[in-house]
Write a protein that binds this ligand. Sequence first.
Ligand SMILES: Nc1nc2c(ncn2[C@@H]2O[C@H](COP(=O)(O)OP(=O)(O)O)[C@@H](O)[C@H]2O)c(=O)[nH]1
Ligand SMILES: [Mg+2]
Length: 405
Amino acid sequence: MAYEDEIEQKITGSTFEECKEKLFNLYGKNFRITNKVVDFRPGGFLYLKKKPVTIVSYVVPHQKSFNESYSEEEQLARNREAILQQAGNVTNVMVTRTLEEFKNDITSQLKQMQQMSAASQDKHESIKKIEEMLEQNEFSLSYINMIEEKIRNDFSLEQLDNFELVERRVVDWIGESITIAKETAFRPPHVFIIVGPTGVGKTTTLVKLAAQFVKAFAAEHNGQRPAICFITTDTMRVGAMEQLERWGKHMDSHVYKAEHTEDLKTLYDDNRANMDAIFIDTSGFSPNDATHIAQMKMLLEVPGMNPDIYLALMAGTKTRDLQNIMQNYEPFGYKSVIVTKCDESEQFGNVISVMYDKHKAVSYITHGQVASRDITKANVVDFLTKLENFKIDRIHIEDKFGGQA
Ligand SMILES: Nc1nc2c(ncn2[C@@H]2O[C@H](COP(=O)(O)OP(=O)(O)O)[C@@H](O)[C@H]2O)c(=O)[nH]1
Ligand SMILES: [Mg+2]
C-alpha cells in the first residue's frame, strides 16, 4: 500500500506498547510506525508534575488524516470498516468488543481532558493554604484577592511548590501593606482630637495620649511638666464629663466642656497662649448617624486650631463595620487610625485590610485599661508577629520593618 503518500500522524500513550495497541484498535494491522519519541509533558494537578508521554508517528493508507475533524460517529464507522477489512478472521463479537474498547478509550480521554481543564481553573495548594490562613486572620476578601494576584504574578508554577517561600513573601507583603503614620511636628498648643463610634475607647485613649505626651515632654524638657488641658464635647452622655474629670484631676489638668463651636472657639482662644497641648474628647455616634457626625464636624471646626484628628477603631470590629465607620468618619479628614482594645482581639487582618483599602495609616494601638501604660506607637513588626498560623522569621521582619516603628 502507498504509505508514502499518506500524511504522517501522531498518537500518544503512556508507553510505546499502549500506542501500538491504540493503533491496532484503530487500524488493525494497517499502519506503519515512522517514529517514536518520549516526551515529558506537564500533567497532574495544575500541570505541575511532569510525566513521560510516548509519541508515536505513523502513517495509514487512508484518504482522510486522523487529525482531520471527523465526528465521533464518522470516526467509529471509519474504524469499524478498517477493522473489518483487515481482520477477516476476526469474529463480529470481537470487532464489537474492540469498538467498545475504542469508545471507552475516547470517553476516558475526554473525561481526563475535562478533569484537566477543571484542575487548571483550580488553585494551587500553596495558594489555597495561604487563602485559608488569611481567612483565619480575618483579612477581607478583597485583600485576600490582592495577595493571591500578587502570588500569581510573582511566582512561577515551580516556585509555588515551595510553600515556605510563598508564606515568607506573603508576610512581607502584609508588612508592606501597613502604613505607619508619620509623627507630626510639635506645634504648641498641639491639639489632639479622637473621633469614633461609642464605646471604642476614645476617652480612655485620649487620656493615654495625654499621659504619653506628658512623659515625652518631660523627657525632652529636663523633667518639666507640660501645661495641658482637656475639653469634652460629649455633653450628652451621662458620666462622660465625670470620667474625664477624674483623669484631669489625676493629671492636674483642667477639664472644660464645649457644647457648640463658639464654646470651643472661646476655650481654644483662651488657652492657646499658655497650653502646650489640648486634648479634645468627642461623643461617639453610630457610624450611620450622618446628621450627628456632620454636626460634630462643624463643632470641631475652629479656625486656626489645626488639630491632629485620630479615628479610634476597635480591633475586634467586623470588616464591613470597619469599612462603614471609616467611610462615615471620612469628612473629619482624620490623620490616622488608632486601633483600640488590641488585648481583646486575636486577629488583626480585618483592620489591616480596611486600612489598606482606604489608604489609611495607623499611629497607635491600645491594649488595656491602664492609662499610663497601655498604648504603643504602632509598628509593622507587632502586627506581623500577631499573625496567626504564619511562620514568622523575626530577624528578617525586624530587619525589614523594624525601622518603621
Ligand atoms: N480591654 C481594653 N479595654 C479598653 C481599652 N480602651 C478602653 N477600654 C475600655 O472600653 C470601655 C469604653 O471606653 P471609653 O474610653 O469610655 O470609650 P468611648 O465611649 O469611646 O469614649 C471602658 O470600659 C474602657 O476601660 C483597651 O485598650 N483595652
Ligand atoms: Mg467617651
